[in-house]
Design a protein around this ligand. Structure first.
Ligand SMILES: *Cc1c(COP(=O)(O)O)cnc(C)c1O
Length: 395
């Protein structure tokens, strides 16, 4: 799964290009940069891969989400529906936008359940942010239908799903905008980095401006001559990070092939285990195969299997007990432990996070185990792993 497993001469060459010029800034310095625009090149490649019209690379996936929310006009007091199973960055970005995260239930895709969205849609709902968790897709066409019907912005958090598609269309391209993360443990890594994709020119321009203090980037070689149509911040990526990512993005097909081969070897070997059922994947062909997720019949059995797997050297995330990816342990959110104050309007209108209960999501996540699929496994590693997994089901 993590692209860092396959760092090689390609990444070194890209970074050397940048270091030789001394220009680490993505804008300007035309005379000195020897024609190297790594961030720009990355963006072009990301557009090609996803089939989007526009993309903007920024300093992290979190920065991408914050920028995309802002560029889509989501702000103070707006309610944004997010899943309870995701990395904390999703709701952090919503709160940073001055908006209110509202949790919908997930289904056996491990992503937001489109059938349950109407339970949490109110007159203040402005956007839905489904998260394509663990490399595979939500029922994104159905989520899109609900958004279209209700006039809501659809913004996909595809941070974990670069390269994944639904019916041949890249995840991240179904709504007004989509976001990716290229942090140090993601499928494609820049070290730190994130990308926004959109087909909407205005959203793209706002994103491009917001992530660079509002610069309109129309002033030519003199950056000081740019105008500032909106107030922004600094979520820029450096050329060094972009250079690493560019080499990685060029390896995406190879990464996906390896992940799929490794995942399906394990999945095949587990197919006859009577206790196991697999995560529902709406379009198996589009799975980027970063994880193999499966369900056990009960919570107790899932805990036992997770323990057996760890004892047999093939420890795998049991998300229900995890501090970072499931709402049960988001104490900081439940108590709204911010370092700054919220506006009165917001503070008065927050959902009762402390007592939030999502029964259907709990019932699924309690029984879920996910195995991370690595790129560097040898044939022997894979065989040993399969033996260890089979053994874990005997205890
Ligand atoms: C990694 C991740 C993010 C945040 O990305 P960073 O680049 O680490 O800031 C957001 N959402 C999800 C689902 C992620 O996995």
């Amino acid at each position: 799964m993590p692209g860092f497993e396959i760092f090689g001469d390609e990444e070194k060459k890209q970074v050397a290009d940048v270091l030789e010029t001394g220009v680490l800034f993505r804008y300007g310095f035309e005379g000195a940069r020897n024609g190297h625009f790594k961030a720009l090149e990355f963006e072009k490649k990301l557009c090609q891969i996803t089939g989007s019209k526009y993309s903007h690379l920024c300093s992290s996936g979190t920065a991408a989400l914050c920028t995309a929310l802002n560029a889509c006009g989501i702000g103070a007091g707006d309610e944004v529906i997010v899943p309870p199973f995701t990395f904390v960055a999703t709701f952090e970005a919503v709160i940073n936008a001055g908006a209110i995260p509202v949790f919908g239930e997930i289904d056996e895709t491990l992503c937001l359940n489109p059938d349950k969205l109407s339970d949490v849609i109110t007159s203040k709902t402005r956007a839905v942010v489904p998260v394509h968790m663990c490399g595979s897709m939500a029922r994104i066409d159905e989520i899109k239908n609900v958004c279209d019907k209700k006039g809501l912005v659809l913004l996909e958090d595809a941070c974990q799903s670069i390269g994944a598609t639904y019916q041949g269309k890249a995840l991240g391209t179904f709504g007004l905008a989509g976001c990716f993360s290229f942090d140090s443990v993601k499928t494609v890594t820049c070290g730190e980095g994130g990308g926004i994709i959109t087909d909407n020119k205005q959203v793209y321009e706002k994103a491009d401006q917001y992530a660079d203090h509002g610069h309109d980037h129309l002033g030519g070689p003199d950056r000081g001559a740019d105008d500032h149509p909106i107030i922004g911040t600094n979520y820029r990526i450096s050329e060094l990070n972009a250079a690493v990512g560019l080499a990685q993005l060029n390896k995406l097909d190879q990464i996906l092939d390896t992940q799929r081969k490794n995942k399906f070897a394990i999945k095949d070997a587990m197919a006859d285990l009577p206790e196991v059922s697999f995560r529902y994947i709406p379009d198996a062909k589009g799975d980027s195969a970063t994880f193999l997720s499966f369900f056990l019949p009960t919570e107790n059995r899932a805990k036992q299997i997770a323990q057996n797997l760890a004892e047999n050297g093939v420890g795998s995330p049991y998300w229900y007990d995890n501090n970072w990816h499931y709402y049960k342990k988001w104490h900081h959110l439940k108590e709204m432990k911010r370092s700054a104050k919220l506006s009165f309007e917001l503070a008065d209108n927050l959902p009762d996070y402390k007592n939030i209960v999502l029964e259907e999501s709990d019932n699924i996540i309690k029984r879920t185990i996910s195995m991370q699929i690595m790129l560097s496994w040898t044939k022997q590693d894979l065989e040993n792993r399969i033996q260890a997994i089979i053994k874990s089901f005997k205890g």
